[in-house]
Design a protein around this ligand. Structure first.
Ligand code: MV4
Length: 498
């Protein structure tokens, strides 16, 4: 493989290109008209504009992307995550065009893209499943009988759904019919597939997933677990590896199940098998994501494996460079996602310009980002600006390092989830490991959430500096910095909201 096209943007496009460059592979970026000056475009050896700003007219235009790839003599396409990464038609069209799709087969994507097909595929293995139906339910009368058999509360899920879309918790018989009808019509309009099924509702589960990697020679290994329970609107914000609650016994069982799930669809490449874990440490298979995930850095940190390099190696037919026995957990890693969102305002996306953008430094700190100071965050795409990942010998050391790294990560001009990450690092429930998917609901009070200095705008700093100066309060010696009137680095506004 001499030249690959990365069918994505932002931090993940850059992350993929870095590994490709280290492997001596030339890189091609695609971009929309809104991303002309984006860093991933500048970083690539070549770049092609594939259309206007809207994703549907650019990053989702598989036909244009393949056309560009053919023109530029590309031999591999890496889809990243989101966009076309789990589109089996795209994977097939890439392959049919004589280009290697750096990812699993259309067959694997297709099976795992449907929860009912996935349930069917894994049924020949002994994998714990949430009690429920393995076929679509259409008749509300039958649904009531099924629900009574399982016991309320139950959960109605869309087969084609994902990320919580089309899910409905039902806690009594009286509302089941109407909830089911709403779930069906929601699934119909969101996915063009109104199939829904019923499961027992597991209250307050943890979300733990297993990273797997398969090659084209039938080898499949796991790279341990990631704990991803801290989520809002079914989107993760803080992830870590390994999981606090994991025992050797549970890990042995869950990783075996994950490998079985991968086997059930002849999986090749990097994939993730998601599980729910209840308070008694029972675990249940949820779904398989047939792509590289946002939170893959925590796995890379604890295993030392570059997952993108392995994806490329197995895509070009090489055997995995290691066996299961070669893989060991080294230390602890935590990731905080930096979204351009306001935690105080229901995590709603915030738009604006990165007036200040300074990265934390030091041993064990990794930043995956796609922006620089002065750049605008485009409104057209996912509001994730960066991922901050730390690695240390122990979980406590990783928590302290993350707390320090967040303090040193200076962003102004836009609200971000960095301070929420700091809140998590200092929360007793997180520190003790006693948390689940309800963490935000149980412990986060936006009213009393205070933004610290990271998010204070340049304007406010300037106004305050001028104010202090005028009052003569900033005499030399009153601050650690004697060279400038007021240094951003030692200026504190921890208790101030902006
Ligand atoms: C569940 C569940 C409880 N019981 N299934 C949410 C997203 C989708 N991937 C599956 N999800 C859930 N499925 C049963 N039978 C609870 C959730 C769930 C959840 C799962 C993982 C992470 C965060 C979550 C937040 C709320 C609900």
């Amino acid at each position: 493989m001499k030249k690959i096209l990365v069918a994505n943007r932002g931090e993940i496009a850059l992350r993929i290109m870095r590994s490709a460059k280290e492997m001596g592979i030339k890189t091609v970026a695609i971009y929309s008209e809104a991303d002309r000056n984006a860093i991933h475009v500048l970083y690539a050896d070549e770049a092609v504009c594939v259309g206007p700003a809207a994703s549907s007219e650019s990053y989702l235009r598989g036909d244009k992307i393949i056309e560009a790839a053919l023109e530029l003599g590309i031999d591999g396409i890496h889809p990243g995550f989101g966009f076309l990464s789990e589109n089996s038609t795209f994977a097939k069209n890439v392959t049919d065009a004589g280009i290697t799709f750096i990812g699993p087969s259309p067959h694997s994507i297709d099976i795992m893209g449907s929860k009912l097909k996935a349930k069917d595929a894994v049924s020949k293995y002994d994998i714990p499943m949430v009690p429920g139906t393995d076929k679509a339910v259409v008749d509300p009368k039958k649904a009531i009988a099924i629900a009574k058999g399982i016991g309320f509360p139950i959960l109605i899920k869309a087969s084609a759904g994902g990320g919580g879309k089309g899910m409905r918790v039902v806690d009594k018989e009286e509302v089941l019919k109407e909830q089911m009808e709403m779930a069906i019509s929601e699934a119909e309009s969101a996915f063009g597939d109104g199939s829904v099924f019923i499961e027992k509702y597991i209250t307050s589960p943890r979300h733990i997933e297993i990273q797997v990697l398969g090659d084209k020679h039938g080898n499949i290994v796991h790279l341990f677990e990631r704990e991803c329970s801290i989520q809002r609107r079914h989107q993760k914000v803080v992830e870590e590896a390994p999981a606090v609650i994991m025992t050797e016994d549970l890990r042995a069982k869950m990783t075996k199940s994950a490998i079985d799930v991968a086997k059930s669809c002849d999986y090749v490449g990097a994939g993730t098998v998601e599980f729910l874990v209840d308070s008694d440490l029972n675990y249940y298979f949820l779904e398989m994501n047939t792509r590289l995930q946002v939170e893959h850095p925590v796995t890379e940190k604890i295993t030392g494996v570059d997952l993108v390099k392995e994806q490329i190696n197995v895509a070009r037919g090489e055997k995995l460079a290691f066996t299961q026995d070669d893989l060991k957990i080294n230390g602890h890693s935590i990731e905080v996602r930096v979204y351009a969102e306001d935690p105080k305002n229901n995590f709603l996306p915030d738009i604006g310009t990165l007036l200040t953008y300074e990265l934390p430094k030091g041993e064990g700190i990794r930043v995956d980002d796609g922006f620089a100071e002065g750049m605008d965050i485009p409104i057209y795409y996912d509001p994730m600006i960066a991922k901050l990942t730390v690695h240390a010998d122990t979980r406590n050391a990783a928590i302290r390092k993350m707390d320090r790294a967040i303090t040193d990560y200076k962003i102004s001009g836009i609200k971000t989830t960095l301070d929420f990450g700091k809140f998590v690092m200092n929360h007793p429930a997180f520190i003790s490991g006693d948390f689940d998917t309800q963490f935000i609901k149980k412990h986060f009070d936006p009213e009393n959430f205070e933004v610290n200095e990271n998010n204070v705008s340049e304007e406010l700093i300037a106004n305050l500096a001028a104010h202090l100066y005028a009052k003569g309060e900033n005499k030399a010696g009153s601050s650690n910095d004697t060279t400038t009137p007021i240094a951003k680095s030692n200026w504190r506004a921890n208790r101030r909201s902006v």
